[in-house]
Design a protein around this ligand. Structure first.
Ligand code: ROI
Length: 158
């Protein structure tokens, strides 16, 4: 079993409910244990500003599924949510990104782990720190040190 951290994001079609039902679907998968879920946060869009704010969260999954099998499950879940993605870095119904897969580094045509942008994004780092405050990244950097390089511009949801 490995601990996997995933990022969840949505800014269309009831973002909060999109995240809640995605988490329920993942928890119901026989090969996945939902170990922790962060608070939900409202965040300003990274990318074009003429799109709704996002709701973001991070979850810890425990699984024996290999990375690409887990990716298949996440993509099937996105598709069940009638994922629409209107433009590059634009609005979307549901995004499920593998951020970290244990302490492994992966680089395949389908999957790059750690997620390329995670260390630049407040909407990933702050929810991640909430559920894994002492995490060390595969490159040896400690999460609290990375966190200090990024402004916390998130709003707790409600
Ligand atoms: N911006 C925010 N705030 N949250 C996201 O989840 C998100 N996802 C994306 C892009 C379009 C880059 N911007 C985002 O994919």
């Amino acid at each position: 079993m490995v601990s996997v951290y995933i990022g969840l994001g949505s800014n269309l079609q009831g973002p909060e409910q999109q995240l809640r039902s995605a988490l329920e679907e993942l928890a119901a998968h026989p090969g996945i244990e939902l170990a922790a879920v962060s608070s939900f946060y409202q965040s300003k869009p990274v990318g074009p500003q003429d799109q709704p704010d996002y709701v973001n969260a991070v979850a810890e999954l425990r699984t024996a599924l290999p990375p690409e099998a887990l990716l298949d499950v996440l993509q099937a879940t996105e598709n069940q949510h009638n994922r629409v993605r209107l433009r590059h870095w634009g609005e979307r119904t549901l995004d499920l990104d593998i951020l970290l897969y244990g302490d492994q580094t992966l680089n395949t045509p389908r999957l790059i782990v750690p997620h390329k942008e995670m260390c630049n994004r407040s909407f990933v780092l702050y929810p991640l720190a909430e559920i894994a405050p002492q995490l060390t990244l595969p490159d040896g950097r400690r999460l609290p040190d990375v966190l200090r390089t990024v402004t916390n511009d998130l709003l707790p949801l409600r």
